[in-house]
Design a protein. Structure first.
Length: 540
């Protein structure tokens, strides 16, 4: 089963001197690793830079489901974009799953890969099944559900077999296997190497980017740079304003031995829930559920759920749908990026007129395994001059796909969130802010150990976190990426940027981008009036 705690895949080696390559890939998640491997196998020299360890980003938090079916639903895609585009999406998904299947076998990646059937839960799914048939999703690589049952579903729960193949795997082991394959094919991986955000310098025929600090070692890539950092670490409004950051939640439950009712399969509902049974070793089987109405736009948790954590909403759905779900074993959440037109963004960075190009893979909307393979095929194919014909529907500069009510509505929501985020930087938004405006520092005492808050301190907003030992860590509450105001997330104990989805740990360190920098350190304070300057987080 995927574990949020990820250890380095290969002996970490940070980039310590300048490097030259055909292609430089930034980000060692499934998108970056797949792209790098495709380029290396085609004979290009590839350098991959990863700020932590390969698989340590969202890929390591994925539940490892890989359906050919698109979890947005083909009826929705067809409704928004028409039959031609939805057929391209179906072809892309089939090709993505096929690449994953063949790569696991060819590179002998031991990641628990298993072909399984996929089902849509509940009634009222005829329109979706009809749309699947229309786009030509077939069942050629899937097989009948095995007789063994496990999840103990609610009585009368209808299962509708989805056409197209599906598979499941452990994403962390898959990422490690891809990294090892990349090295076998001559690729160079540097972990612990954080690339500073663009703009990247384009000089003549090379793109250069600096690692770890602005004057750090430089990689010169003659055929281009691929930003596979989940959300690109650039400031391109043409990308960041067309996708929203969402928090999505996963829970695993114990399953009693002999629980029956549902085959081992990927299970989906049209309201966005997903579930499957995972083998956690020693014959122990767990029910993994996620998604649905527990998901929310980053920073909107309190507005949507009040003080009730979204995990409760997800757990309630799971217990109604699978009554034999036992004790909760693990809960985790993270950020995924959803484009306004529900289509991934794979290709050249919009408005990039230089040469060589910077390319992106983002907006996979919680779809790591197949989505990453599709993104990699589109981007590596473009670099190699052999992009698949379906790739054009995912071009990041497309505008036509926004011309429908659904996409325009989602785009409006994203722009609105940004405007609100900026407005909150300038104005007090609650009575505590007003008090903080006239009496800076007054809110600090109310923050309990283990808790955080964004408060007004005179004219500025400050992100405060009091650790269990009582030390108050103080950081600027402005996200370094685009200066949107971050918000405290009490469930994950992080500061989240509602504008573009960057996440910072309570001590201000950047956990995931698009920011490539930490929150500005404003020093620390202790109850005993101890104080420290900024420039380093206090470790007691
Ligand atoms: C709870 C949850 C469950 C999910 N379940 C599924 C599922 O069942 N099936 C599925 O297909 N998808 C699932 N997903 C979605 C999936 O995890 C993501 O969409 C996917 O991992 C994105 O892959 P990526 O390679 O683009 O990003 P990541 O895996 O996040 O990789 C990006 C990498 O870039 C690195 N990086 C960032 N900034 C820099 C920098 N400045 N310099 C160098 N490196 C940098 C990061 O450290 C990271 O390793 C799930 C997601 C979540 C949160």
């Amino acid at each position: 089963m995927a574990s949020p705690a990820v250890k380095p895949a290969v002996v970490p080696a940070a980039l310590s001197e300048h490097a030259i390559a055909d292609v430089c890939v930034v980000g060692g998640g499934l998108s970056g690793l797949s792209t790098a491997l495709m380029c290396a196998k085609a004979g290009l020299s590839v350098v991959l830079l990863e700020s932590r360890a390969v698989g340590a980003g969202m890929s390591g938090r994925s539940s490892g489901a890989a359906p050919a079916w698109d979890p947005h639903g083909f009826a929705t895609i067809q409704g928004r974009h028409g039959r031609g585009v939805s057929r391209s999406v179906a072809r892309a998904r089939g090709a993505g799953l096929d690449w994953v299947t063949k790569t696991v076998r060819k590179e002998k990646i031991n990641c628990g890969f298993k072909e399984v059937p996929a089902y849509l839960l509940g009634g009222n799914v005829d329109k979706e099944l009809e749309a699947c048939r229309e786009v030509g999703l077939d069942g050629s690589t899937s097989h009948e559900a095995p007789a063994g049952n496990s999840a103990g579903a609610a009585k009368g729960l209808k299962l509708n077999r989805l056409p197209g193949g599906a598979a499941e795997l452990d994403p962390v082991r898959f990422a490690r296997g891809l990294a090892e394959a990349l090295e076998r094919h001559g690729g160079r991986i540097y972990e612990g190497t954080r690339v500073k955000s663009g703009p990247f310098t384009i000089s003549g025929k090379v793109v250069t980017l600096a690692a770890n600090s602005v004057d750090g070692p430089i990689v010169r890539a003659s055929k281009g740079v691929v930003l596979a950092t989940h959300s690109p670490i650039n400031r391109s409004l043409a990308v960041h304003s067309r996708q929203s950051p969402w928090r999505t939640y996963n829970i695993t439950f114990e399953l009693p031995k002999g629980a029956s009712g549902v085959p081992d399969a990927l299970l989906y509902s049209l309201d966005g829930h997903h579930a499957r049974v995972v083998d956690s070793g020693a014959g122990r089987r767990l029910l993994l559920v996620g998604g649905g109405d527990s998901d929310h736009v980053v920073g909107q948790m309190r507005e949507r759920y009040g003080n009730k954590p979204p995990f409760d909403t997800l757990e309630a759905w799971a217990r109604t749908t699978f009554p034999s779900a036992g004790r909760v074993v693990q809960r985790w959440s993270s950020v995924v990026f959803r484009p306004a037109d529900i289509m991934g963004l794979f290709g050249v960075n919009p408005l990039d007129v230089g040469s060589p190009k910077t390319r992106l893979i983002t907006g996979t909307s919680g779809d790591a395994v197949v989505g990453a393979a599709m993104g990699a095929m589109a981007v590596a194919g473009d670099i190699l001059g052999e992009a698949p014909e379906w790739a054009r529907v995912f071009e990041p500069s497309r505008l036509s796909s926004l011309g429908n009510l659904g996409s325009l509505g989602d785009l409006g929501t994203e722009v609105g969130l940004n405007v609100r985020g900026y407005a909150r930087v300038l104005t007090p938004t609650c009575w505590r802010d007003v008090v903080g405006l006239v009496a800076p520092g007054s809110a600090e005492r109310a923050i309990k150990p283990g808790d955080g808050q964004v408060v007004q301190e005179g004219l500025r907003k400050v992100a405060l976190y009091r650790d269990e030992q009582g030390t108050l860590h103080r950081h600027s509450a402005l996200c370094p990426h685009q200066h949107v105001l971050v918000q405290w997330n009490p469930v994950d104990k992080t500061f989240d940027c509602p504008g573009h989805g960057s996440v910072f740990d309570p001590c201000g360190r950047c956990v995931s981008g698009p920011s490539s920098r930490d929150l500005e350190d404003l020093g620390w304070r202790r109850e005993d009036e101890g104080r420290g300057e900024g420039g380093g987080n206090l470790v007691k």
